[in-house]
Design a protein around this ligand. Sequence first.
Ligand code: CTP
Length: 857
Amino acid sequence: MQIIISHVNTDFDALASMLAAKKLYPNAKLVVSDKQNAAVNQFLAIYRDSIDLIQDHLIDWSDVTELILVDVASLERTGNYANELNTENVQITVYDHHPPQDDDVKSLNGSIELVGATVTLLIEEIRKRSLPVSSFEATVFGLGIYTDTGSFTYSNTTSRDLAAASFLMDQGMNLEIIQRFSDQMLFQQQQEIFNQLLLQSTEYEMDGLNIIVSSYQQKKFQGGLSTLTRKLLETTGADAVLTIVEMQKRVYIVGRASSDRINFLPLVTEWGGGGHEKAASATLKKVDLDAVVPQVISKLEQILKPAITARVIMASPVKSIPPEMTIEEAANLMYRYGHTGFPIVKDDELVGIISRRDLDKATHHGLGHAPVKAYMSSKVISIHPDTSLEEIQTIMIKHDVGRLPVVDQGKLVGILSRTNVIEILHNQALKEDLQQSAINELHNNLRAKMKNQLPEAVFQLLKEIGTTATNSNTSVFLIGGIVRDIILGRPNDDIDIVVEGDGIGFSHQLVKDYGGEVKTHEDFGTATWTHPTGLKIDITSSRLEYYDHPAALPDVEHSTLKEDLYRRDFTINAMAICLDQKKFGHLVDPFQGKTHLEEKTIKVLYNLSFIEDPTRILRAARFETRFQFSMDDHTKELALISIDKMKALSATRINHELEKLFTEDYPSQALKRLFELQFWQQFGIQGSHLTQCFTHGQRLEEFYKNKHSYKTLDQKPSWFMYFLIPFYYENDLKGAQRFALTKKDNKLLKEISDLKAQDPWKHSSDMGELHQLLKPYSAESIVFFITNELRDDERVLNYLQARENLPTYLTGEDLKNSGLKPGPLFSSVLLDLEIAVLNDQVQTKEQAFKWLHEKIK
Ligand code: CTP
């Protein structure tokens, strides 16, 4: 059995498309649900007998072999049919004009195209097959087209809809009927709801757009909410209207918009709804109106597409004139440039504007020698670069001005004329292009993130750097780890910038502009600028090839930054943010670093990366543990085939990286990862003790986290403790010797080696004995052993605690006063006293003195 169905709340396009589909599939049954929109309901009340419709509950769904879906592509939106169908054995054909969505059925038959009405697609097919169309059919099809295109006024209308309507005209489409049903007058009950919605509406002014949200609740179901919403849009003149109505325990959300900057889809799809960008709806079950309304309001921002702003459409730079220029000179200039007006600027500030008409008049009255300032309009209406196209139109209409200077922080940065605006409004392709670049710009502009995240002083400083860059015609970029961290929302105060051109010269310019000091390294073309606030900025020059090919400047300019980024370690570290005034905050991301951040992937930029710099393998492990990311398969493979290069590196370089790695948050995870990357294996450590090493590392982490109150311990284990773990289990502490470069590390290594060899606590039974043996050892090396899973840690732990809190009952002075001569004897007596205290034989100062006298005797 073949079935033709459409979406619930059947509208005219759905009904028309079903009837048109029936012409292509004459044996199919037309199935409707009980729910039609109000106008369709009215229409069917008169014409039901003319259309062979079957109610859905009369169909045996197990017999269905072929399904023709019209004006819908998702089974979910056809009501309850979807549940009853065994779709696996059913062939599905789709005719639809809605933008594709995730839950759409996959079908190779039919046609899905973004025309104004679905029925247009079917009429085209009917015409192709030269099928006859009756006057009644033409009228129903026409209703579909007229209602879905708002009588050809909605922006979804295409020439194909008009061509289809023209064809229908020839087939006898009845316009009177069309007008009667498409005008969609409100019925009495609808009128009541409409009045309520109008009363309950709240206006939101967002980014130059006026959005109305209106909610209402009634027990009885009343159809036609989409008509009501559209009427509300027309009546209020808003850019968008969202109605939220609760009826019969369901909440209906309907959105209608007149502005191209609205897209309801992200909002309604969250609730399983659908439709078009500017006309969409969703039905919510088992929810309260009171809960839904605030949710919708909180998500309003999601429906806004970024504005086309003055910044992208203005003419810049602007030809301006000084106030003292004579009328005659100004008129000559105006004719030369063919402009119709000039802004007048004094000390960089906009002070007035003069039009060609004013100049002509003044000349006519023989005032050619007077300065323009005498005849300029000094009350200039200007706009900010962020003003949206919508606001610009409003301002031009309200003030009846055809020329708007664009001013940023008092400075004239551009100018916009009526012609610019009209050009965009009447060139849909240009408008869409600008819209798309506004969307890209929004995604790639990190200005807001920078402002929120960076300390105010740093943000201001970066802006200052941008100003100097713009004034000196250079481009400057924030680069490296800080860019990654701005995107991730993590703090980072390492400010590295790269100058396209001469970094050293630029650093001197910064000192001239803002003070501070600069240290330069001529050989490398780098400098460090210390701002008067103490902030330090590292400055590098991008490629010196820059100077080699002056003729190819613009191209080279661009590629130098890209080259600089390409030489870096990972894509997530190869991004830059432009600081130039006009493009401040713009992300330069030629290698998909941002995507890889979202995908949590660490990826090298070129295959030789690890060979050239094997420390990058340790950096990769560091970023893996820090961000809980992982290398992609290819990068991991490259790491494995390059790891043997690690052996050729100096201990200093390896230590430098390991120190960073093991002071990150999950050092034991990193320790384990280095086994997987064959790092330890390069130094003779095989993987057989991996589990023990990992557990030891974790216990060490835990110990410091919970018991860092030990006075003699640092806040965190030193990186060298983690480093020694694998050597310890491999019985090869000697192998670690070449990495013990500092006194502190040497001491730790020696103590751990001694303790391991002597195993002092094995034979000691009481605290005193433990003290006798462990006194020379630092708490750090003792903790290394306590956290070793093979040890009986309680006893040593108690000892360490007691040792930390050991009271000093007697001093060297006391010993002297008791007649003892200073010398090695002193420390031996004091050690004995500590043993006595630890064994509870001495508990007070008096007892200590008594103990001393006994001893002397
Ligand atoms: N870099 C590199 N290869 C290295 C070291 C550094 O390509 N072996 C590049 C990376 O692009 C890195 C930048 O130099 O982003 C700055 O290095 P550094 O400050 O060491 O690293 P960060 O990425 O800032 O990391 P962290 O947050 O740990 O400081």
